[in-house]
Design a protein around this ligand. Structure first.
Ligand SMILES: NC(=O)c1ccc[n+]([C@@H]2O[C@H](COP(=O)([O-])OP(=O)(O)OC[C@H]3O[C@@H](n4cnc5c(N)ncnc54)[C@H](OP(=O)(O)O)[C@@H]3O)[C@@H](O)[C@H]2O)c1
Length: 246
């Protein structure tokens, strides 16, 4: 197939959850998609097969985003397969909730390594390699505004992502590349649901005036807007996609 005019998107952490919905949506929007994953190879390959069956182009690439060498290799793989990269969606992330008093060093280090350094690793590569006119969409969280107990370290990593979003938007002057962040509220994925009793899920779902959890497709639609033509004038912003929770 001729790739000459095809736009290419890397979606980190797209084997499951919000990332998988973003990959599906961007493929539907016409992007060739790199489905990045850390451990879920079977899920990533299954998603690629689904995208190809629907007439899209996709490639699964294993890379732990906290590893700068692996991230560089992922960009190499994207360029080799599809000729370049136009969109980076920095979706990969983990959340390990605990009060600050009870957070151990390993939990702190892992969240910093994946959420903050992982975003830095991909941002650095994108800043060097994204084609003119590209788009970068980072993932923050509405907890940066809500600041509830037990979210301290996780919220700190996402606040750092928001800071890099604003700085990189300015640094890319002249390249016609926008840099924004999406900040979801509670969204129905493993990251949010795992380990929470149903009554806690129900209570958190009711917090937003729209009185439901976000679905991965809600967030994918927001990313699609920022990656597409209609989002072209949005730059350096954090877009909270949360049904009005804050
Ligand atoms: N769900 C929510 O309520 C919510 C709210 C606000 C913000 N967010 C943010 O939205 C993003 C997606 O969250 P989610 O809810 O979809 O999470 P999820 O269901 O737990 O999925 C996480 C994805 O990230 C990948 N991943 C984890 N560590 C990775 C690493 N080191 N390198 C590469 N990929 C890695 C996982 O791949 P493997 O399975 O291969 O490890 C998986 O595909 C995260 O940045 C999260 O902080 C989520």
């Amino acid at each position: 197939m001729n790739n000459a005019n095809k736009q290419v998107a890397i979606v980190t952490g797209s084997s499951r959850g919000i990332g998988a919905a973003v990959a599906l949506r961007l493929a539907r929007d016409g992007f060739a998609v790199i489905v990045n994953y850390a451990g879920s190879a079977a899920a990533a390959e299954a998603l690629v097969q689904q995208l190809v069956k629907q007439g899209g182009q996709a490639l699964a690439v294993q890379a732990d985003v906290s590893d700068a060498v692996a991230v560089r290799a992922m960009f190499d793989a994207a360029e080799q397969a599809f000729g370049g990269v136009d969109v980076l969606v920095n979706n990969a992330g983990i959340m390990l909730n605990a009060s600050i008093a009870e957070t151990d060093d390993a939990a702190f280090d892992r969240q910093i390594a994946i959420n903050l350094k992982g975003s830095f690793n991909t941002l650095r590569e994108a800043a060097r390699r994204l084609r003119h006119g590209g788009r970068i969409i980072n993932f923050s969280s509405s907890v940066v505004g809500l600041l509830q107990p037990t979210y301290g370290v996780y919220a700190a990593t996402k606040a750092g992502v928001e800071a890099m979003t604003s700085v990189l938007a300015k640094e890319l002057r002249g390249k016609n590349i926008t840099v924004n962040a999406v900040a979801p509220g509670p969204t129905a994925t493993d990251l949010f649901l795992n380990g929470k009793p149903q009554e806690v899920v129900d209570r958190l779902a009711k917090l937003a005036p729209l009185e439901r959890l976000g679905q991965p497709q809600d967030i994918a639609a927001t990313v699609s807007f920022l990656a597409g033509a209609d989002g072209g004038w949005i730059n350096g912003q954090v877009l909270r996609a949360n049904g009005g929770i804050i």
